[in-house]
Ligand binder design. Structure first.
Ligand code: ADP
Length: 522
């Protein structure tokens, strides 16, 4: 560490005198220091909020800490903003909306395409930034950057394809049209588990169709959002079209909700906060899109191909250390294949290498914070107290910090917390079932309805079960299903609206019906 540290200090002194002032290099571990050093010359690392195209601090100078969950290192601080800065960002977004909406789709498309090119050109550095502040392994972080950038490219293309309609009129002297227009200023509130993709999936379509945005990233992962915003500025997206504020989450949220200039709230996060935002949006009758919690069932039938089911369940459960809303939360296994599956699955889980996401070969990073580990511990305690058996893992990892051993629990049942609520961690509970009807009932017996997975080799069964599942996304013999071209969103309390795909842009458009009357016939 001392050699790397000395080299860092020398180069930071000659290359960038503000670098050492911005980043807390002196106390960093070797891993964080190496990552920060690599990012130093990228030209897009920002540690201030973005309001009206200007990088700004909180008016009262308050800051909040950004830490590396793998090491506990303090990386840097960013402004702790609130009502004042959010109001300024809204005004700026509102002003910019007046000109941005008037550009043609083709003109907006060019800016977005350039932003995509920059995101892609810098994907390695952006992935390092994601791993540094969020913890996921570099391979997954690179996957997220590609996935996140793809939304910008996809909606750069869709910007040119916002078609209206000409309706068949019941009266011959009338012509009836439908125009599609941008809703206006959008408030986008995003979580920490996908620091880039949850932003681009929202603001890609918003900017494409002429809206402007105020983004509030998670306070745990603001640096990726700020880097993405800087690259958007470099791409020529006008100052004020893309603002970023972070700090006091409820104050920022309330300011967005109260403003009549904000016409849409789009949110990804917990069901509890989503409900608050939905209620708050009622006052000014804003449009709302919500991507909330899941409780994904992964159903393995006796006739499933064992290898495919193990690989699929592993991917569906352990991606991002179990910290995604589409992660398999309950693995329902038919009794005939239960033992074989449980053994093969536990073996596969044991192979997962745990460590700092910046280290080559690591498949499982840390959990986001101590509270996340405590939640995992309490769910496992509840399950084992009620008779569940730990097949593998079941305790904190010897690496310390917020690392937790990838865990498989056998003999779990529907009375346990772990099968009723989202664990959001690396724990896979296995539940036994006998019949197809029982599996469908167990799968649907929840208020959530985001993702579900089915493993079977019987094509008729795959259709029957898919159609019966009350879920917005279903993977059949596949554990990773998200893609830019498919609609993402949930049934029931998992949310409202869809993101991505050709449908996603409709969430940011108003329909205007126009009647041309009294047309004279020749
Ligand atoms: P998680 O538990 O996964 O962090 P949250 O729903 O708490 O999920 O957070 C998702 C996003 O919502 C974050 O950006 C967070 O800061 C924000 N948030 C939390 N509480 C509020 C609130 N009262 N109003 C607006 N945004 C909020």
């Amino acid at each position: 560490m001392s050699i790397a540290f000395a080299a860092m200090r020398r180069s930071s002194y000659t290359i960038c005198t503000t670098w050492t002032a911005t980043f807390h290099l002196r106390k960093m571990s070797a891993e964080s220091l190496a990552a920060v050093t690599r990012l130093k010359d990228s030209g897009f690392i920002k540690t201030q909020g973005l309001v009206g195209g200007k990088w700004v601090d909180a008016e009262d100078g308050k800051t909040l800490k950004v830490e590396n969950p793998a090491t506990g290192d303090l990386i840097c601080t960013v402004p702790y903003m609130g009502q004042k800065e959010t109001s300024q960002a809204i005004s700026s977004a509102y002003e910019t909306f007046q000109s941005w909406k008037k550009l043609s789709g083709a003109e907006r498309s060019k800016h977005l395409r350039k932003w995509y090119d920059l995101l892609t050109a810098h994907k390695e550095e952006l992935a390092q930034l994601v791993t540094l502040e969020q913890g996921k392994p570099m391979k997954e972080a690179l996957g997220e950057i590609t996935y996140g950038a793809d939304f910008v490219e996809f909606y750069a293309e869709e910007a040119k394809r916002v078609y209206g309609d000409l309706l068949p009129s019941p009266l011959t002297d009338r012509r009836l049209l439908v125009l599609k227009q941008p809703v206006g200023v959008v408030g986008a509130i995003t979580p920490w588990n996908f620091p880039l993709a949850m932003i681009t999936r929202k603001i890609g379509p918003a900017l494409a169709c002429g809206c402007t945005v105020v983004v509030k990233p998670s306070e745990l992962t603001p640096l990726t959002a700020l880097a993405a915003a800087e690259l958007a500025l470099q791409a020529g997206i006008p100052p004020g079209a893309f603002n970023v504020v972070m700090g006091n989450a409820s104050e920022i949220g309330d300011t967005l909700l109260a403003s009549p200039q904000v016409r849409k709230i789009t949110f990804t996060g917990s069901t509890a906060v989503g409900k608050k935002l939905m209620a708050g949006a009622a006052e000014t009758v804003k449009k709302v899109s919500l991507e909330l919690g899941g409780n994904a069932p992964c159903i393995v039938f006796d006739d499933a191909e064992l290898d495919v089911a193990v690989k699929g369940a592993l991917a569906a459960k352990f991606r991002n250390s179990g910290q995604t809303c589409v992660c398999a939360n309950r693995i329902l296994v038919q009794e005939g294949i239960y033992e074989k599956f449980a053994n093969a699955f536990a073996d596969a889980v044991q192979q997962l290498q745990v460590g700092n996401g910046l280290t080559e070969g690591v498949a499982q990073g840390p959990l986001i914070n101590e509270a996340a580990v405590q939640k995992v511990e309490s769910f496992i305690r509840d399950a084992t107290n009620k008779g569940a058996k730990v097949l593998i893992g079941g305790k904190r990892h010897s690496l310390g910090m917020t690392f937790y051993e990838p865990t498989v629990l056998g003999n779990t049942n529907t009375e346990m917390l772990i099968s009723r609520e989202e664990v959001f961690g690396p724990v896979a509970p296995l539940l036994r079932f006998k019949t197809e009807e029982e599996a469908i009932h167990m799968a649907n017996d929840t208020n959530a309805g985001l993702a579900a997975y089915v493993f079977t080799n019987d094509i008729s069964r795959s259709w029957r079960v898919t159609e019966a599942l009350e879920y917005g996304l279903v993977g059949v013999n596949e554990g990773l299903v998200s893609t830019v071209v498919a609609p993402f969103g949930g049934y029931k309390q998992s949310g409202l609206g869809r993101e991505g795909s050709k449908y996603g842009i409709d969430e940011y458009l108003e329909l205007k019906y126009v009647c041309l009357g009294n047309m004279k016939s020749a």
